[in-house]
Write a new protein. Structure first.
Length: 317
């Protein structure tokens, strides 16, 4: 049974039944909704600000840890930069002390930065220079083509003998190339003496391989001078010599094939550090071994081999 409500009308001095209008009912509903939403928002804020989930707690801990780490990053970066500068300086000093020259760049002959400083040259001069350069290149191309034809004719000749063209050690890059033939500073006497071969700086115990087919002409073991040495005789009047070896794996008179292991790198005799001293002779005359390496070196790296062999002033023996 529904409950009825009455109100007293003082003006008319009567009692009448109270009835709610539509707008009154709508306002009541809205007021309830507003109060409910307000309570929900307050409750959500309280839960969000006061009560944290496990994920939020973990993220807050990580943020605090990152804040502490970030404060030390600039100091660590500065310390690392200073350490790199010091190491670079020490590396340059060591290289200068050992080889009496500057440490090589990443690619000592591959930089073209000097070409980018010509932005003030008039276009007309650039065109003229380019035209002359193109003509010179065409002439050079013709000369190269003629040289190739000469090479092909030589290779096709019946009396042609392939010289020893393989590098006697493997996995060598140009920073490991030392002094080649010519007057070089001796590391022990600190005076320039004739250097008759190429120094290849590789770890002690590295394998030494025959650069071509040949016969072992001589084997000598000594703790002085050239140290343990090996001589291979090849076809066409060529012979190769290997100085300051560690172990020698062949004997005199033995026939060896190209690529066969013949010895290991050492520092026997008067050697400044472990390395292979490699010599190439033609009819008893010493040749620059670098000229016999391009058969097993990438074309883009061979100029760097040549650069290092020429500019390294001090030998390793």
């Amino acid at each position: 049974m529904s409950r009825k409500t009455y109100i007293f009308d003082a003006a008319a001095m009567t009692v009448r039944k109270f009835t709610k209008s539509v707008w009154t009912m709508v306002w009541s509903v809205l007021r309830v909704l507003l109060v409910s939403m307000s309570l929900f928002i307050v409750l959500y804020l309280v839960i969000s600000l006061v009560i944290s989930t496990d994920t939020e707690k973990r993220l807050r801990r990580e943020n605090r840890a990152y804040e502490k780490m970030f404060a030390t990053v600039p100091q660590q970066q500065e310390l690392l930069s200073n350490s790199i500068e010091i190491l670079s300086w020490k590396d340059g000093k060591i290289y200068e002390e050992v080889f009496h020259t500057q440490a090589p760049d990443v690619d000592p002959v591959g930089s073209l930065e000097f070409l980018f400083g010509a932005d003030t040259i008039p276009d007309s001069k650039i065109v003229t220079y380019t035209s002359r350069k193109a003509d010179a290149l065409l002439q050079t191309a013709g000369e190269v083509n003629a040289s190739f034809e000469k090479i092909y004719r030589t290779l096709a000749g019946e009396d042609f003998v392939m010289p020893p063209m393989s590098i006697p050690v493997r996995d060598v890059s140009y920073p490991q190339i030392g002094a080649s033939t010519g007057e070089r500073l001796n590391p022990f006497y600190k005076t320039e003496v004739a250097h008759r071969g190429l120094d290849i700086i590789v770890p002690q115990g590295s394998a030494v391989y025959a650069p071509a087919d040949g016969t072992v002409e001589d084997v000598a073991r000594s703790s002085k001078g050239d140290g343990n040495t090996l001589v291979l005789r090849h076809s066409g009047g060529y012979s190769t010599r290997y100085l300051h070896l560690g172990e020698i794996n062949v004997s005199k008179g033995q026939r060896v094939r190209r690529g066969a292991k013949i010895a290991t790198v050492g520092m026997s005799g008067n050697a400044y550090a472990p390395h292979l001293h490699y010599e190439v002779l033609l009819d008893g005359e010493f040749r620059d071994p670098v000229g016999y390496l391009f058969g097993s070196v990438a074309p883009e790296e061979y100029p760097n081999f040549l650069y290092m062999s020429i500019n390294t002033r001090q030998s390793m023996d």
